[in-house]
Design a protein around this ligand. Sequence first.
Ligand code: SF4
Length: 210
Amino acid sequence: MKINYQSELDKIIHKVEESAKIPSLLLHSCCGPCSSYVLEYLSDYFAITVFYYNPNIYPEDEYWFRVDEQERLIKKLTPKHPIHFISGKYETEKYYRIVKGLSQEREGGERCQACYDLRLTEAALLAKENNFDYFTTTLTISPHKNSQILNEIGERIGQEYGVKHLPSDFKKRGGYQRSVELSRQFDMYRQDYCGCAFSMKEAESRKKNT
Ligand code: SF4
């Protein structure tokens, strides 16, 4: 059965509004542009630490450029509650190990699920170690990503590591469009491929065929 994860998030936010405590949230971010709307939205309710952990990104220059864009965005925002930043390790060998044999998968298939799993597991471990109230990811903002799968993975990993997963479907309520607007407003670099070498190739062949 399809779950409306935006409604699930609404219920949690409603409880936060009724409480005196500001819960802490470790927010895995895939890139600055995707995080822009999520930060604008959630920083009213949570004390957020952005966790940039994306060893899937290829090539390395692109990786460091996305890290810089992420930090630049955080500095430009004026949130209700301060936003902190943690840069994860660029451990590409971990990514290539988990996607071994899946290079031919199309975007959204098994390779991507392994990629989500890797990044969310790292986020959950860090959230647990540092006693965050919740962890989640910006990835559900993408119209190319299946929020049902992402939330199922987040819930499973949260249960496995004993840390609460914050449900989301950030593309709902115009979230994706707002992220495009904010990226323009902050003059941010918006990449045209998801991140890995395989998605880069897919994007190149799409361009050739149009
Ligand atoms: S297409 Fe995106 S989500 Fe899928 S494996 Fe590549 S970087 Fe990860």
